[in-house]
Write a protein that binds this ligand. Structure first.
Ligand code: ZN
Length: 220
């Protein structure tokens, strides 16, 4: 579905994460699913009039297989740059079984070279949008969100979900205290469009995030 002009959501099928495709001419993709349903993703893109060869960069919210597995297929078909938060790049480049959750998904993954090591506060320009990378550890050590201040849009990976829930912290490198801090940080942003890594998007992102923030500070 089209979320805003030049922002498309391809809803995750089965175990796939959601994929977001953004840009007016040059495109970026945020997360690419397991790769088990790549044809579906290509077909959806076609339906939206998006040409996968125009994707110049794939940004991963984190390196769990349900968000990155599709890279192995996408990179045989096209040639985008791969961008990952600096702390998680080594896991992708070594196809780290534990960190990528390959056992959990009964999957295999070929190592992928990372072109851009993302840092907290880094700016990603993709016309007409300007995203800022926000390091939000907790679900994993190098989880990130992408924030577009002018349009109040937050791509939140598995850190927060629509309706007031948040990502698991019991997986390798997960931490509830870090997640709590990260969500506190997100609660200071002005968010309308919340675009999470799974399930529905929300048009009341700020409300969802404060809900989680209050719940976490009351209980932990
Ligand atoms: Zn995850």
């Amino acid at each position: 579905m089209k979320v805003l002009d030049y922002v498309y959501l391809i809803e995750g099928r089965l175990y796939d994460s959601n994929c977001y495709i953004i840009g007016e001419d040059e495109l970026i993709m945020v997360d690419c699913g397991t790769g088990f349903n790549m044809e579906y993703i290509y077909n959806k893109m076609k339906e939206f009039g998006l040409n996968p060869s125009k994707i110049t960069q794939i940004i991963l919210s984190h390196v769990h297989f349900d968000h990155c597995g599709g890279l192995n297929i996408f990179l045989t078909d096209y040639n985008p740059e791969i961008s990952v938060f600096e702390k998680e790049a080594p896991f992708l480049e070594s196809a780290d079984m534990r960190m990528l959750l390959l056992d959990m998904f009964a999957a295999s993954f070929k190592p992928v070279k990372v072109d851009n090591l993302l840092k907290d506060g880094q700016v990603i320009n993709i016309k007409p949008y300007t995203f800022k990378i926000i390091h939000t550890p907790g679900h994993t050590i190098g989880s990130i969100c992408l924030y577009e201040e002018r349009f109040k849009l937050l791509i939140s990976g598995d850190t927060v979900f629509a309706g007031g829930s948040f990502g698991r912290v019991d997986l390798p490198s997960g931490s509830l205290s870090q997640l709590t801090e990260s969500i506190k940080r997100l609660s200071k942003l002005n968010v309308k469009y919340l675009l999470p890594g799974h399930m529905n998007i929300s048009y009341e992102g700020g409300k969802d995030i404060s809900l989680i923030c209050n719940m976490l500070s009351e209980n932990y």
